[in-house]
Design a binder for this molecule. Structure first.
Ligand code: PAF
Length: 288
């Protein structure tokens, strides 16, 4: 197992990429606290690129809650070990002053109407801050030098949708790859925030996947979805506070009109759910 090179500055990052002079580069941006879900992104990048670069940067701009930012897990040494095992070549772990070298951005990217729905409604400014850092990280990893792919998890479905739009709207020369959700054996979608859950909360959090499965099974059998049944499951989960459970159009995020009615499900949709388990906000989703 080869230890990845760790670089802290944009100059070192640029020099390391230039020195490797790869025929293809796979980039995976992360906020650290890496788990098997990230490893699956790294492995997907490893499988089709000569050089695999990741970033580990907890981006304050995308946190609308100061205590969420303060308690977000940080563990660079363990992250580097996991990255090494998944075949990563280069880890960019900058300080905030390196990313926001001119101070916090005055000129901002707006995630528009898509960024104000669901996660954006509950976390105002989150998606604008996320796009700000992803836009920078894509630039800093030099997508114009040749074959370049960036990898994102399907778990953050709305984030992925917005990054797709940014890449298209701003003409980034980036091939985007979406990597499926990785789950615990019991079905909990892996997330860095899971580290903040107690054992009891982890059990309680399984309701997210169970409620999704209830509706996804009905969709698979072209039955009416009756999402009230899924929502009802949260009333019996005392540690869990549901924020939203919705079935939406996967391209527009508009709620599908038939999702609560007595109509057989046909076509395509995306189940989206967000809930607070104790103090930890979790999201999950599944295409149907
Ligand atoms: O998904 C994440 O971990 C973050 O939103 C990202 C894409 C690394 C930007 O900070």
């Amino acid at each position: 197992m080869k230890t990845p090179k760790i670089v802290k500055t944009r100059a070192e990052l640029k020099a390391a990429i230039a020195a490797a002079n790869p025929g293809s580069l796979g980039f995976v941006p992360t906020m650290g606290a890496l788990h098997r879900g990230h490893a699956s992104l790294f492995k997907a990048a490893r499988a089709e690129n000569e050089l695999v670069v990741i970033s580990v940067f907890v981006n304050e701009l995308q946190f609308n809650d100061a205590s969420d930012y303060a308690t977000y897990p940080r563990q660079l040494d363990a992250d580097v070990q996991l990255a090494a095992a998944a075949g990563v070549d280069l880890v960019f772990a900058p300080d905030a002053s390196e990313i926001y070298h001119a101070g916090l951005p005055l000129v901002k990217l707006s995630s528009g109407a898509l960024g104000e729905m669901y996660e954006g409604a509950s976390r105002p400014g989150h998606f604008d801050g996320m796009l700000a850092v992803v836009a920078k990280l894509l630039h800093l990893t030099d997508p114009r030098r040749g074959e370049y792919r960036a990898y994102f998890g399907q778990k953050d479905a709305q984030q992925l949708m917005l990054i797709r739009r940014m890449v298209a709207d701003l003409d980034y020369p980036v091939e985007l790859r979406a990597v499926p959700i990785v789950r615990s054996p019991k079905g909990l979608a892996l997330s860095s925030r899971n580290a903040l859950l107690s054992e009891e909360e982890k059990e309680a959090a399984l309701v997210l996947h169970r409620s999704i499965q209830l509706v996804a099974d009905r969709a698979a059998h072209n039955e009416p979805l009756y999402i009230e049944d899924a929502i009802g499951m949260y009333q019996m989960a005392p540690l869990v506070e549901l924020d939203y459970f919705a079935v939406v159009d996967p391209d527009t995020l508009q709620e599908l009109a038939f999702n609560c009615q007595d109509t057989p499900f046909t076509g395509e949709g995306l189940i989206l759910v967000a809930a607070k388990v104790g103090n930890v906000r979790l999201i999950d989703n599944q295409p149907i």
